[in-house]
Ligand binder design. Structure first.
Ligand SMILES: NC(=O)c1ccc[n+]([C@@H]2O[C@H](COP(=O)([O-])OP(=O)(O)OC[C@H]3O[C@@H](n4cnc5c(N)ncnc54)[C@H](OP(=O)(O)O)[C@@H]3O)[C@@H](O)[C@H]2O)c1
Length: 271
């Protein structure tokens, strides 16, 4: 990408101007968006003013606070597009076929990194779709995750989840990468492993065990955010806020992120 770059993708705010061919939004409307993901180098979110293609923008329900709307887009769309509806036919450059979600109702789902941005939304979506959810996180997140509806909790600082869980239909792994292969052996035959952090290569073990490994790359969708905005506004899905920082203190927000153990999302506020 060409430097310097403006970081981040998620925004919630008020429409300041619209192009002449835009019919669905007017100046003064409240809107939220994941802007231009996964492209790089264009206008991004850590700014007072942001431009976005209209197809990436959703109306913000009046009952939904800007802070919650700003917290949601990328993490919630990632969880939704992995678990429920990709809503696009763009192949993931790292795998031959399209990502296909799997049935969730009554299925045993293990969520690694469950307290983080993507994870806490994934827990809620899996519960919404009637899965049995086991959340994996460090000790202090247990009460938070149980409050979100998780059925079982594994503290990875006490027990490796691959030693405790078994007979799973789906593992959604926010850590992903090469270490994700440890979960293949605790899946049922015909189960699925979705590494959200890309980089795991299909192996002979995957084929031998009869399981699927699949991932996608989240893509902007104003239409999906419109639908999800309703669930956020009525409390069906909650955005947890780890911390907020003024935009001018974005570097402090990055320092917070670097310490890890994030619960939900970090949000920058614009005065
Ligand atoms: N494919 C895509 O399109 C896409 C889109 C968005 C994000 N991502 C990727 O998805 C990953 C997650 O993103 P995020 O925004 O949710 O990150 P995040 O908010 O930083 O959350 C990560 C969570 O993982 C937990 N964690 C750390 N080590 C762990 C371990 N060994 N076992 C279980 N949990 C552990 C952390 O808390 P505790 O350690 O306290 O439990 C934290 O809550 C990132 O790698 C990101 O790049 C991919």
């Amino acid at each position: 990408m060409p430097f310097p770059v403006i970081l981040r993708t998620d925004v919630s705010g008020e429409v300041e101007a619209v192009a002449s061919d835009v019919e669905d939004f007017a100046v003064g409307n409240e809107a939220f968006s994941m802007v231009r993901s996964p492209s790089f180098g264009d206008s991004r979110a850590n700014a007072q003013y942001v431009t976005a293609p209209v197809s990436h923008v959703a109306h913000k329900p009046a009952e939904l606070l800007h802070i919650d709307a700003a917290a949601a887009p990328m993490a919630l769309l990632t969880a939704w597009q992995f678990l429920f509806e990709p809503d696009h036919d763009h192949p993931n450059p790292l795998q031959p076929g399209l990502h296909r979600p799997v049935p969730l109702e009554g299925r045993k789902v293990l969520i690694i990194g469950a307290a983080g941005g993507v994870g806490h939304f994934a827990v809620q979506i899996a519960k919404l779709k009637s899965a049995h959810v086991t959340a994996v996180a460090s000790t202090t997140h247990e009460a938070f995750l149980r409050d979100l509806g998780t059925d079982a909790f594994i503290d990875y600082t006490q027990s490796p989840p691959e030693k405790v869980a078994r007979d799973l239909d789906l593992v959604l792994d926010m850590l992903g990468g090469p270490s994700t292969g440890r979960f293949l052996r605790i899946l049922k035959r015909a189960g699925a492993l979705f590494p959200v952090f890309l980089g795991f290569r299909d192996t002979e073990e995957t084929t031998a065990r009869g399981v699927t490994v699949s991932a996608t790359q989240v893509r902007s969708s104003g239409a999906q955010l419109q639908e999800l905005g309703v669930l956020l506004a009525d409390g069906t899905i909650r955005a947890a806020i780890d911390s907020t920082w003024p935009l001018e203190e974005a570097s402090a927000a990055h320092e917070r992120a670097a310490k890890g153990h994030i619960r939900g999302k970090i949000v920058l506020t614009v005065a």
